[in-house]
Design a protein around this ligand. Structure first.
Ligand SMILES: [Zn+2]
Length: 155
């Protein structure tokens, strides 16, 4: 429900339900709505907008799915991880973002027809870990916390 964060925000406002109503972010729906989150700046922009319009505190879960349709296709068609138009590379930037570290991710992929296989679950964990590692590697350089600064040269 809700094709962008503005629509979701309107629904939440109309419900006037306070904290009892949360939202779920589905990576396939986001992609099908035309949103690119496939790089650090893009992923950051998506989460900034979510925070601004809805509030990250309201985000209760992520549905982690690849997409059987191209970005912007406006259709709800999930695909297995590694077999869709989004790809693990892009998914990792979003689902590994520090803002989502405490948000549970749910796989809603078809598997071999009966839901996620053990292989898909393992792949999902790997995608999240990969994303978290990328963000962790960027942090010292981008945010400069504390006294230890990342100096060039280390690969
Ligand atoms: Zn869906």
């Amino acid at each position: 429900m809700g094709r962008d964060f503005g629509e979701l925000a309107s629904i939440l406002a109309a419900l006037d339900a306070g904290d009892r109503v949360g939202v779920c972010l589905d990576t396939q729906h986001l992609w099908a709505s035309g949103v690119d989150f496939g790089g650090p700046e893009e992923a950051e922009a998506v989460l900034d907008e979510l925070e601004e319009r809805i509030g990250l505190a309201r985000l209760r879960c992520v549905h982690l799915n690849d997409s059987a349709v191209p970005r912007g296709a406006n259709r709800d068609r999930h695909a297995n991880l590694g077999q869709g138009s989004i790809g693990e590379e892009r998914l990792a930037w979003l689902v590994g973002h520090p803002a989502l570290a405490r948000v549970p991710a749910v796989l809603e992929v078809p598997g071999e027809g009966q839901g996620p296989t053990a292989e898909q679950v393992a792949l999902a964990k790997a995608v999240v870990r990969e994303g978290q590692a990328r963000w962790a590697a960027r942090r010292p350089a981008t945010r400069g916390r504390g006294g230890i600064e990342a100096k060039g040269g280390a690969a």
